[in-house]
Design a protein. Structure first.
Length: 334
């Protein structure tokens, strides 16, 4: 079939099971699309599934690239490289499209609460389960994720006795959801809603927890700090030798600009991706669900959750046909 070339990304982070027979049938179905498909990229796969993908890659001769990466940002970056040069990677979200995730089930990249950062144009991801999380004793936190690697934490109230421990517990869930267990990130922390002075035990727990993640924290940037917090951090900087860059700035605007600058200096590309989806690009049957979206006009991103069985394949490829047709409609066929 003639049409725009595309790359498909498969997120296996939420996949609970898939048999060898299903994988074989899936690849056979993908072969039918190899005239246009430039690459099939997997991320979030378990060690066993990675081994199976590598074996299948050797046994099945296909015209498209089959790759495995660790994180979503790496998958998107690789997808852009696999597409032919000169291809316009921007979509054309017409009125019959909706921002990815709007009015959709939970398993999505974008939700209806999401918006765009007014400073950078990067996508700001928000989930209901990340919002105003009660940590006890009047302490709560809201998390946001900007772009691919910037975590924003917004605590509110007085940390109390156990608030810091619960803060890091909830923070770990967000990081795992977005980056897996090892993905690197920059953390921005908004201190404007903090009240009172954190206890010595809370400050010590914070320092230990941050040090424990030194391998994945690119930098920490605090902003909008009350005077008491500023004094404590200045003292802490002299006593606690941070294993990663640590900055304090005036406000969010300064913080996000600093974060983007650091990412670029580390050679990590920062893009404001165009992501669109449609309500009928979602499928759910007998313990398995799958959802698709289009990134930057011609990168298909699929997210599967649950136990993947033979009976799920044909309905999924029926949805994929709709997604591929939408790629052609967005800019016209080649």
């Amino acid at each position: 079939t003639n049409g725009r070339p595309y790359v498909q990304i498969e997120d296996f982070s939420h996949l609970q099971g898939v048999t060898p027979e299903v994988r074989k049938y899936y690849i056979e179905k993908m072969k039918e699309r190899e005239q246009r498909l430039r690459g099939l990229i997997y991320f979030g796969a378990s060690p066993l599934l990675k081994l199976s993908i590598k074996l299948g890659r050797r046994l099945n001769i296909v015209k498209f690239d089959v790759r495995i990466v660790n994180e979503y940002p790496d998958a998107v970056k690789l997808a852009q490289k696999l597409l032919p040069s000169g291809i316009d990677h921007t979509g054309d979200p017409r009125q019959d499209f909706i921002p990815a995730g709007s009015e959709m089930p939970r398993l999505v990249l974008l939700g209806k609460e999401d918006h765009t950062c007014p400073v950078t144009g990067l996508r700001v991801k928000i989930k209901p389960e990340w919002t105003r999380i009660d940590l006890g004793e009047g302490y709560s936190v809201t998390f946001k994720f900007i772009g691919d690697r910037i975590l924003v934490s917004i605590p509110k109230g007085n940390v109390g006795e156990n608030g810091m421990k619960y803060f890091f517990r909830e923070r770990a869930k967000v990081l795992t959801d977005m980056l897996g267990p090892d993905g690197s990130f920059i953390e921005l922390k908004d201190y404007s809603k903090i009240s009172g002075k954190p206890t010595k035990a809370a400050r010590s727990y914070f320092s230990r927890s941050m040090s424990g993640e030194k391998a994945r924290i690119i930098a920490f940037i605090g902003y909008s700090m009350p005077p008491v917090i500023t004094r404590l951090i200045n003292v802490g900087k002299r006593v606690f030798r941070s294993p990663f860059p640590w900055f304090t700035v005036k406000d969010y605007k300064s913080a996000i600009k600093k974060a983007v600058g650091i990412l670029k200096s580390k050679g990590k590309e920062v893009f404001a991706h165009s992501v669109i989806t449609k309500p009928d690009w979602y499928f759910k049957l007998d313990g398995y669900s799958s959802k698709f979206e289009i990134i930057d006009g011609n990168i298909i991103h699929g997210v599967g959750s649950g136990n993947f069985k033979n009976k799920h394949i044909d309905p999924i490829f029926s949805i994929l046909e709709k997604v591929v047709k939408s790629i052609d409609m967005s800019r016209g066929s080649f």
